[in-house]
Design a protein around this ligand. Structure first.
Ligand code: HEM
Length: 503
């Protein structure tokens, strides 16, 4: 998946889907649609519906199909059964209520075998390795335990504010650094000092993450499946990102470097509290070679999954603020009234700033960074609403269609935080949780992510005005965002001014 194909891990799954699809070409032609099959577009022989899907933004195609075919759409691709789930209700029915059957992922062994990308929790099959990953990672990331890391999040936000003051036009760089340094410290107790642009761990881990995001785009996987020689292109040559040995080495370094560092710190008694140090202590008597790898890979996945998604959500927030000055003013006025102007917001203010929380929810909904979710797979056959779902089917949660449901979110393309407030100005119960996925596979980092994004949003609003840029005659320039769809879908650059409010 790319722009449309790319949603946070999602690409992953899509990539996997395409890879497996290519392998499945041998299955060639499918039987004509049976009565027990959900409606959907007419598939072509071999290709299935591949040519009918927007390669950039598949969720848009899926959303159009929703209007024609309904909640559940069947669209085989290269012989792979694919079902698109367009509503929260159907997603809950399958992924939550029947989670025993719908928590698997597609086979992505090509990524594991050649590129060293098999470590990731997000692409693990529904097996014991995945269970072990979830167990070790979830402990510290649950709603309450994760609050212990709020001082780290606040400190990193203050660094972010300072960087935005110094070089506001580099906001994407600052957001990525904010999310990367926060996660590095929370997960590994690796603290990157404020002005250090050359921290080796941050650099390695961030480069490796960028490369995996590049490779996980489905188009690339398809390319690799058709032209396997690409794996051997020297890493310094044109197309060198496809070099599998380089990628494997880089992924290993990314996983080993921070993990070995924190292990040494723990052994020397000099570690501060962090997720890995806690896990090493908790599982002290169980750590054999396999379990050591489980810890390394599970926490490496947390970094890979959290860096891009969190930073990208802040880009979407900035775009929303440029386009909605009235929302910005209302949020700033709430902050000024509740806190005054003498200090930045902190987590103690969260409950007293309902409109800012509504801005966070609307940011998550308006342009969700994972519009296609991360596809699940069925581990056994099933019947739902009278439809037959074969074993091994890929089930795509079309999160985009859920965020744009006009019955739940009237005028869905408008940025309206008020939709999360009742008539008395209190927050509704809708926390748009579905953008973090479903069932047993739900994002384990969602509480950490929400808190990081909330505190960043609150402090940015308190400190800056986000405005349209102006041309030489002083006329406002409409932002024309350039969207990038890798593992996440978000704008990477557009014209705007981030100006300190005190000026
Ligand atoms: C705005 C921020 C984020 C968004 C929107 C997001 C969204 C998602 C989504 C949609 C999934 C797939 C769920 C499914 O399969 O149904 C996922 C999985 C995952 N996320 Fe997040 N995520 C975010 C931040 C984070 C952070 C900060 C971490 C770690 C600290 C994290 C760790 C993971 C992991 C490890 C998985 C794989 C879970 C599995 O397959 O069992 N995410 N996330």
């Amino acid at each position: 998946m790319d722009p449309g194909t790319t949603s946070p891990f999602f690409l992953l799954a899509n990539a996997a889907a395409v890879a497996a699809a290519v392998a499945a070409v041998a299955r060639i032609y499918r039987q004509p649609r049976s009565k027990s099959c959900p409606p959907g577009p007419t598939p072509l022989p071999v290709l299935g519906c591949a040519l009918q899907i927007d390669t950039q933004q598949p969720w848009l195609t899926f959303s159009e199909w929703k209007e024609v075919y309904g909640d559940i759409v069947y669209c085989p691709i290269f012989g792979q059964d694919v079902f698109v789930v367009n509503t929260e209700k159907a997603a809950e029915d399958l992924f939550d209520k029947r989670s025993g059957n719908y928590s698997d992922r597609m086979d992505t062994s090509v990524l594991a075998k050649y590129y060293g990308l098999g470590y990731h929790t997000g692409q693990s099959r529904h097996n014991d390795t995945w269970r072990a990953h979830r167990r070790v990672v979830q402990q510290g990331l649950r709603r309450e335990p994760v609050e212990v890391y709020r001082p780290v999040q606040l400190r990193r936000t203050h660094d972010l504010i300072k960087s935005l003051r110094e070089s506001p036009s580099q906001y994407w760089h600052h957001f990525k650094r904010f999310s990367g340094t926060t996660i590095l410290e929370v997960v590994y107790d690796h603290s990157v000092s404020e002005n250090d642009e050359d921290d080796p761990v941050l650099k390695e881990i961030s480069d490796a993450n960028d490369l995996s995001i590049f490779l996980l785009a489905p188009g690339k996987i398809l390319c690799l499946s058709i032209f396997p020689f690409l794996r051997y292109i020297p890493s310094w040559f044109l197309g060198g990102q496809f070099n599998s040995a380089f990628c494997r080495k880089q992924q290993e370094t990314m996983l080993d470097l921070p993990y070995n560092e924190i292990k040494s710190k723990v052994a020397g008694g000099g570690a501060s509290r962090c997720l890995v140090a806690d896990a090493l202590e908790r599982y002290d008597d169980q750590i054999d070679k396999d379990f050591d790898k489980t810890l390394r890979d599970a926490f490496g996945s947390a970094y890979a999954a959290g860096e891009e998604t969190t930073g990208s959500t802040l880009m979407i927030f900035i775009l929303a603020m440029v386009l909605s000055p009235h929302v910005q003013k209302r949020a700033q006025s709430e902050i000024d009234t509740f806190i005054g102007t003498g200090r930045l917001p902190n987590f103690d203010d969260w409950a007293g700033l309902p409109y800012v929380e509504a801005v966070l929810r609307e940011t998550l909904r308006w342009y969700t960074v994972v519009p296609q979710g991360l596809p699940h797979a069925a581990s056994g056959e099933d019947v739902y609403r009278g439809y037959h779902i074969p074993k091994g089917s890929v089930i795509v949660p079309n999160v985009w269609a859920m965020t744009r449901n006009p019955e739940k979110y009237p005028s869905p393309s408008e940025f309206k935080p008020e939709r999360f407030l009742d008539d008395e100005g209190n927050l509704t119960r809708d926390e748009v949780d579905f953008v973090f996925g479903f069932g047993r596979r739900v994002c384990p980092g969602r509480y950490l992510a929400r808190a990081s994004i909330w505190v960043a949003i609150a402090c940015i609003l308190a400190e800056f005005n986000i405005e349209k840029d102006k041309d030489a005659e002083g006329r406002p320039i409409e932002p024309e965002p350039e969207w990038v769809h890798g593992l996440t879908s978000a704008p990477r650059s557009f014209s705007c001014n981030i100006v300190p409010r005190s000026l």
